[in-house]
Design a protein around this ligand. Structure first.
Ligand SMILES: [Mg+2]
Length: 357
């Protein structure tokens, strides 16, 4: 009896997504949180939302982006942890380093997920083994769990990583994409939001399989040019490459306050903190930009943006803070209070926007 011929992967993409990342990092840092419902986010008495929650909390129907108040009413025993983004960013760097060990073609999508193009390694190694090895390294070196989807394209890999969370590993071999996707609700397809879902289900297109064989003219009527593209995605056909160099157009940070602020000193302190975050990110990416933008949301939800452009690119904390404070100074007026403050730097020199070859 001969072994079956090995599957030929002409293209092999991994989507790796850390499980409940911020919450898992907090549980790792403080073992007393392990096994408990943990909510990372703002305080419930403010307008905070859940930035991340542990799987123990998800059992109560809690999910990220839910108002903290709602989450706490669903699970009064949950432990609320204030987010520590510097810590998450540091751990994220360690995660990405492990990914980069498998391939140099890594496209981070956020702090905790990335696409990896392992096509080259997959010519002489089983992609499942590549994924197993990445998961083991994340587990052993960082005491964290990552779910991995393995497929011939980005969109299928992404759906696969989500398919068996947490700690999942789902391989969709070449040629089986369509069957894998067919029974799933259309909503699982990246790019299909609640509105698109509604329009499709109105026409009895409920599953990705329905979408894959639906009438192209109907899809064109519903989604314009995107229609045919969605149909291809539903068929498991997605040729988008893993893009290593994502070109940032701006670097920014903002904060929504739990109570509206009108005190100039408090606002100045908040702005300095935001400038610190932006400056450290600019420095890490070796970027500087000529335009500083201040974003302000007033108590009545009016949003203002104010910007200034200088001749010299700004990349350091002091210059950024000087520019941002100058913009803020003009906006502080008696009787005006602010619910959100943000600062950003954009207008990077052309050369920095070209991908490095
Ligand atoms: Mg994640």
């Amino acid at each position: 009896m001969s072994n079956p011929a090995p599957i030929e992967w002409t293209r092999c993409i991994l989507h790796a997504d850390m499980d409940a990342f911020y919450a898992a990092v907090e549980q790792r840092e403080d073992p007393s949180l392990q096994g408990k419902p943990v909510l990372v986010g703002g305080r419930p008495e403010g307008r905070g939302v859940v930035a991340a929650c542990s799987y123990e909390a998800r059992r109560f129907g809690i999910h990220s982006a839910m108002p903290m108040r709602t989450a706490v009413s669903r699970c009064p025993n949950a432990v609320i942890v204030h987010p520590r983004f510097d810590l998450y960013r540091r751990v994220s760097g360690e995660v990405m380093e492990i990914f980069t060990g498998a391939t140099h073609l890594v496209q981070p999508l956020s702090l905790d997920e990335a696409y990896l193009d392992v096509s080259e390694a997959a010519t002489d190694q089983d992609p499942k083994e590549i994924a197993v090895s990445i998961k083991a390294q994340v587990r052993q070196q960082l005491s964290l769990a990552v779910s991995v989807g393995v497929a011939t394209s980005k969109s299928v890999a992404k759906i696969a990583s989500d398919y068996d969370k947490p700690d999942g590993l789902v391989v969709v071999p070449p040629g089986t994409e369509r069957d894998f996707l067919a029974p799933m609700p259309v909503r699982r397809l990246p790019g299909i939001g609640p509105k698109a879902e509604e329009r499709l289900t109105e026409r009895s297109v409920n599953t990705i399989g329905d979408l894959a064989k639906s009438d192209p003219s109907i899809l064109h009527a519903l989604f314009g040019k995107r229609g045919p593209e969605l149909r291809l995605l539903a068929q498991g056909r997605d040729t988008r490459p893993v893009e290593v160099e994502r070109v940032a157009k701006s670097v920014s940070a903002e904060n929504t306050f739990s109570t509206d602020l009108n005190d100039p000193e408090a606002l100045t302190d908040e702005l300095r903190l935001l400038c610190q975050r932006v400056a450290s990110r600019l420095q890490r990416s070796d970027l500087s930009g000529r335009t500083v933008t201040l974003k302000l949301r007033l108590a009545d939800f009016t949003t203002l943006t104010r910007s200034s452009t200088s001749i010299v690119p700004i990349g350091e904390y002091d210059d950024l803070t000087t520019g941002a404070l100058e913009l803020l100074r003009h906006e502080i007026q008696p009787g005006r209070s602010f619910r959100l403050l943000g600062v950003g730097v954009s207008n990077f020199p052309e050369a920095r926007q070209l991908p490095l070859l």
